[in-house]
Design a protein around this ligand. Sequence first.
Ligand SMILES: *Cc1c(COP(=O)(O)O)cnc(C)c1O
Length: 388
Amino acid sequence: MRRVYLDANATTRAHPEVIEAMSPFYGEKYGNASSAHAFGREAKKHLDRSRQQVSQLIHADSPEEIVFTSGGTESDNLAVKGTAYALKDKGNHIITSSVEHKAVLNTCKYLEDQGFQVTYLGVDRYGIIDPEELRKSIRDDTILITIMSANNETGTILPVEEIGRIAGEKNVVFHTDAVQTIGKMPFDVHAAGADLVSLSAHKINGPKGIGALYIKKGTKIVPCHHGGHHENGRRAGTENIPAAVGLGLSCEIAATEGQELFAGVGRLRDMLRDRIEREIGQTQVNSHPEKCLPNTLNISFRYLEGEAIVLGLDSEGIAVSTGSACTSGELEPSHVLKSMGVELMSLRGAIRFSLDRFNTESDIDYVMKKLPPLIGALRKLSPGYKEE
Ligand SMILES: *Cc1c(COP(=O)(O)O)cnc(C)c1O
């Protein structure tokens, strides 16, 4: 059976070059980057190079501002808990949004149990916070603002530069979860005005199990992992050299060909959206019409259950998702779409199509051969469905 993967916001296939670059580090180049001998020095050299590749992609001032982690989730934990604990004598108030990834939301929930206070900013119908509301919610005891750069479920891009400017004016540390943005769009830590930025390799054609946190020089952070003096005392544990090499190369590839590539991905996404809107009735696009990642389309098929669409497409070899990979399987509708005020009839029938560099026009043709009859068949079975 033909297989079409349209779930890139959950994870991506690694570049063949990335896999090839990693492979010697699982074999003969097995040194520990902390060792003093030649094996160690070789590992250290490659680790430094990866740090440089990451730092260049996001325009950091120095590679020393990059800390390797086990992925986006750990980067978010380190940023949010690390700041909360570092600044707890200064205040205990944190501001975030209601549409964050669970890695941020549940870390904030945990901190509430630890005695911190958290404000969850609401969003408009596209999932965007109101910067003026943010400004008003900043208090004397606010120590951290953590708001994502682009949403994983809808692709909607948040006004990070404005948020960064407000945080800067008020002298509050600003963390942004840019896991979905970095590698898909240009990202500059200075333009964003961010002190802390999370990224992850497996969302940008790199390996799973590695990510990084940008920590602007001078930003105080308490580590989450304690042990040796790895990563300048900010994250203990022997570095994952093969994965770091993979992350570095995927960042370098994104830096050199990102823009052009994603324009191409954006054309395919637009083609998919236009054809769905033309060939299938009663749909509603939940993503922002312009301020959206070029690869993402979140669209509701009214009167239907997203799960049924996912399973129906899966049986044709097509991989899509109802929302985030971390929450699919739960029957609760998406917290993101709920915060956006998506009406009940559309809430459950939302599907996220997220494309990648490996998709082609013929993938879209295949989806559009299978999707309209599937939607038609499911709607026939749907008791509430009325033709309009
Ligand atoms: C995938 C994702 C994460 C988690 O990253 P992992 O590397 O899978 O732990 C965090 N935030 C966002 C926005 C994501 O899309």
